[in-house]
Every structure is written in structure tokens, then in C-alpha cells.
Design a protein around this ligand. Structure first.
Ligand code: BG6
Length: 493
């Protein structure tokens, strides 16, 4: 039996958000916290304290939070929203000023001591403090040190620090960030968040394998030709040039989200408690196939102008705050292989891009060519569509009538939608962090395994030597990526 989630306790918590006026907070975190309140997944006593440099009163901050929830939720329940906002507070200060953290500690003390006497933290039911770092990594050291110096982290009460991916810019800077965080926190206090690991559909890759031994039997190199892992986005950079210019799609999507999908698909089926170790072990088995040229392994592109749906998208280089001669990739694709015995010899093709024709995240497993049985027979294929028109599709063949054997596709399909206790990814992950559940967060070892594998590829892309192809917004990506696949004897599914 897989363990069930026990996330309904009355554990009081204070959620401190660094970077409270940032983009991520607006589009994801406030809506996620509101959903937890709406679905009654928060205890009676909790608070959300925003911290950033902008000066604001509690009332002004509540207005800001309210606006972001109204903008980013399809609908709101007025009563739940009003109630949620009573738990929201704000402290302004410089990230490197210890006085601001002392002030923060005082505010927390005042809020927490105001909670009902019978709910007041007892030794075994202390308030959990969560510090969410929604700030650039160069600010981590100052925030970490001051959280301790200002006694927000007193070393006695339960404490968690949540850090968003990507952790580091490359292997070297990952090691630096790791060391900096470990100077202030114990490893078990650190929660490295990749929001794909909070998506039910992504977790389901692992559970599908668990629950369907039949699938495990066919996930074998003797049957499979290749695997494609695709994350297409129709959106552009959504005003995040500051972050994206230094990141690019390869770092932003491939090194993190797509590698998690790879590991969930190929890892050994461990007990849930060992999930992060299982994912790490799988990643460690992957390697970059030997090739004469790095361009046989990776390809990158950048979007130009074009029509995405009804919208006319501007070229990446014309986006606000993007350099006119930017070399940042907004599309990348690469090839990987693994030493995991059941997958040995099977190429994995990963690709992701912005401003493409649609939003779709998909795992496609293409099976071997069928034996020559007759006209029209094509290889079997399994699609696990995680986002977009989420569903599973098994492509089989069936004979058409007539005396000669001829075949047509038979597609077994069903939508793959979350049914039951479904929470948005950030809501679920925040709840799990409150309850100290680590397995759907990244471990340092896991991030290191991903960086070790991809560091040479990232270095090549950063070197300026890799060609950067342009593609029209609203298309399937650069035509060179189609040709790259053709050279592999394949085409994108
Ligand atoms: C984020 C990236 O981690 O994931 C964004 O920084 C990307 O650039 C986003 O758009 C995609 O997430 P989702 O949940 O929309 O698939």
C-alpha cells in the first residue's frame, strides 16, 4: 500500500513570503494560499506575512493580495476571501538589514500570541515558521543570515525554508547556493521546490506505473523505440525579462521540470518515503550520448514575431527589457540516454519552448516498428498528456475489411483529469511543507545529479558557439529542430 496523505491537522503556521511584491507571488502564491483557506485546509491559527522593500501598510498589502487573487483565480468566494485576508500582514525592510528581521520577529510574536489561548503553541504543537524565498538567489545569503540573527528562526521551533527552482545557474553556482543555505539551516529544514512535482498529473506518472503492472511490463528497451518528453507553451515570458534573459528555456524548463518527468518515468518503484532518492538514482544513470558534435545533442531557438491564437506576439528581442541582440534561448531540445537496464539503448528526446502553437506537456512512448503485417500498420504509441488536453492515448492498429491485410489506427483514450482532493500545485506543496513532508521536494543530491548531467550542455549553450535559430511565434518551433529530428531518423510526435 502506498501511504496516504495526512494533511488535515490543526498545525498552526506562519508563512513568511520574501519577495511579496513579485510576479510569482502574484500569479501563484497568493491564489494558492487562498485556495487552501477556501478548501478549509488551513488551521484556525495561521498567518501570511509579506516581506519586501516596498513600503506598505497591512491594509495596502491586503488590497494587493486581494487584487492578485481576483486577477488570477477564475472565480472567488467572497466570504472565504474576506476571511483569508484577515490572516494577511506585511513588514517592509531591506533584505540585508537585521533590524527589519527583528521587527518581523516582533510582528510574528504579536500575531501568534494573539491566537486563542487553547490553541497557543504547546511544546508538541509549536507554530511552524515557513520562509518562502521568492527573491533572486543573490539575496539568499542576506535573508538566510538575518532570519537567524533576527531570531525569526530561533533554532527551537519548527522551521522550513522554501526555495524555488532553478537552484543555481550551473553546477558551480548550485554548490555555492547549497553551501550558503547550509550555513544557516539544517538540510531537513530546506525545501527545494519544483512546482511540477506538485502537479497531480506529473505525480501520476509514478502512480500509473505502480498501479498498472502491465505498463511496467511494456516499458522495456526490447519494445520501445524512443521516448519524447515535450513541454510546449503558447505564452511568452509574461513580463519576466529580468529573470528569463539570464535563464533561457533550457535552464528554466529542461534542467528542472523535464528532468523530473524523466526521473518519475524511469526510476525504480520505491516506497513513497524514498521518492527523492529514487528520482536522484534514476537521474544519475542518464548520460549525454557520445557525439561528434554538441549540435547533435542539443538545439536551441528564439521566437520572432507571429500569431499565437488571436494574439499577435512580438518577437522575443522586442519584449520589454530584453536586449535587442539577446542570445537567450526560448526553445531548446536535446537527446539523452540512460544506463538503467530496462531503458538501455532507448533515446530520450526532450524539448520545450515558449510562444509555440499550443500549451501541451506530454510524455510519448513510441514502440518499435510492427513486423510487416500489411498496409497502413504504424508503430504503437502511448501518449500521457499531462497538460493541455490532458489524457492518455494508446495507439493500436486494427484490420480494415477486405481480403488483403490492411490496417487503420485504433486509439484508446480517456481524459486524465484530477478527480477528488485536487489542489493547485503550489497549494499542495505549501501544505506538505507545513507538515514536514519532503518527498515531493527536491533534494540537493537530486539537483546536483541534474546539473552534473546537463552542465556541459548548458555551458555549450552559454558559450555563444551554439547556433540560435529563430522561429515564428505560434508555430511548432524552429524548422531546424524538425531537421535535427530527421537526422535521427525520426519526427516529433
Ligand atoms: C516555470 C517557468 O517554472 O514554469 C516558466 O519559470 C514556465 O517560465 C512555467 O512558463 C510553466 O509552468 P506550467 O505550470 O504553466 O506548466
Amino acid at each position: 500500500m502506498l501511504p496516504t496523505r495526512e494533511l488535515k491537522t490543526a498545525q498552526p503556521f506562519s508563512f513568511i513570503l520574501f519577495g511579496a511584491s513579485g510576479h510569482l507571488a502574484d500569479i501563484k502564491l497568493y491564489p494558492a494560499l487562498y485556495v487552501l483557506a477556501l478548501k478549509k485546509r488551513v488551521p484556525e491559527n495561521y498567518c501570511v506575512v509579506g516581506f519586501s522593500r516596498t513600503e506598505m501598510t497591512d491594509a495596502e498589502f491586503r488590497k494587493h493580495v486581494e487584487k492578485s487573487i481576483r486577477t488570477h483565480m477564475p472565480a472567488v468566494t467572497e466570504k472565504a476571501l474576506t476571511e483569508f485576508l484577515t490572516h494577511v500582514y506585511y513588514v517592509s525592510g531591506q533584505y540585508d538589514d537585521v533590524k527589519a528581521y527583528k521587527e518581523l520577529a516582533k510582528r510574528l510574536e504579536a500575531i501568534e500570541s494573539g491566537w486563542a489561548k487553547n490553541q497557543k503553541p504547546k511544546t508538541k504543537n509549536q507554530v511552524v515558521h515557513l520562509a518562502y524565498f521568492s527573491v533572486p538567489p543573490d539575496i539568499f545569503p542576506a535573508v538566510s543570515k538575518n532570519l537567524c540573527a533576527g531570531k525569526v528562526h530561533d533554532g527551537k521551533s519548527p522551521f522550513r525554508v522554501i526555495v524555488e527552482k532553478p537552484v543555481g545557474h550551473n553546477l558551480k553556482s548550485f554548490e555555492v547556493i547549497k553551501a550558503q543555505l547550509l550555513e544557516s539551516f539544517r538540510e531537513e529544514e530546506i525545501y527545494l521546490l519544483d512546482h511540477y512535482l506538485g502537479k497531480e498529473a506529473v505525480r501520476n506518472i509514478y502512480y500509473l506505473r505502480h498501479a498498472n503492472p502491465m505498463m511496467e511490463r511494456i516499458f522495456k528497451n526490447t519494445l520501445i523505440n524512443h521516448v519524447e518528453i515535450t513541454a510546449l507553451e503558447s505564452a511568452g515570458i509574461q513580463g519576466r525579462a529580468g529573470y528569463f534573459e539570464a535563464s533561457g528555456t533550457f535552464r528554466d524548463m529542461v534542467q528542472s521540470h523535464l528532468m523530473m518527468i524523466v526521473s518519475l518515468l524511469t526510476m525504480r518503484l520505491h516506497n513513497e518515503g524514498e521518492l527523492d532518492a529514487g528520482r536522484k538514482n534514476a537521474l544519475e544513470q542518464f548520460y549525454i550520448p557520445p557525439a561528434a558534435d554538441m549540435d547533435d545533442i542539443v538545439i536551441q531557438g528564439q521566437y520572432g514575431e507571429g500569431a499565437v491564437g488571436k494574439e499577435t506576439a512580438t518577437a522575443y528581442r522586442k519584449e520589454k527589457d530584453v536586449a535587442k541582440d539577446s542570445k537567450t534561448n526560448t526553445y531548446s531540445a536535446m537527446k539523452l540516454m540512460t544506463k538503467i537496464s530496462r531503458w538501455e539503448g532507448v533515446p530520450f528526446y526532450l524539448r520545450s519552448g515558449k510562444r509555440l502553437s499550443k500549451k501541451e506537456t506530454r510524455v510519448t512512448i513510441l514502440f518499435q516498428e510492427p513486423r510487416p503485417v500489411g498496409q497502413g500498420a504504424t508503430p504503437n504509441r502511448l501518449d500521457i498528456i499531462l497538460q493541455g488536453e490532458a489524457g492518455m492515448r494508446m495507439h493500436l492498429q486494427t484490420k480494415v475489411g477486405g481480403t488483403e491485410p490492411a490496417f487503420r489506427p485504433l486509439i484508446l483514450e480517456d481524459p486524465l483529469v484530477c478527480v477528488g482532493d485536487c489542489l493547485p500545485e503550489h497549494s499542495l506543496l505549501i501544505l506538505e511543507a507545513v507538515h514536514g513532508k519532503h518527498q515531493w521536494f527536491l533534494s540537493f543530491d537530486e539537483v546536483r545529479a541534474a546539473w552534473r548531467l546537463l552542465d556541459p550542455v548548458q555551458a555549450y549553450l552559454d558559450s555563444g558557439k551554439a547556433p540560435l535559430y529563430t522561429y515564428d511565434a505560434g508555430t511548432a518551433g524552429p524548422k531546424e529542430a524538425e531537421e535535427w529530428m530527421k537526422r535521427e531518423g525520426l519526427q516529433w510526435c
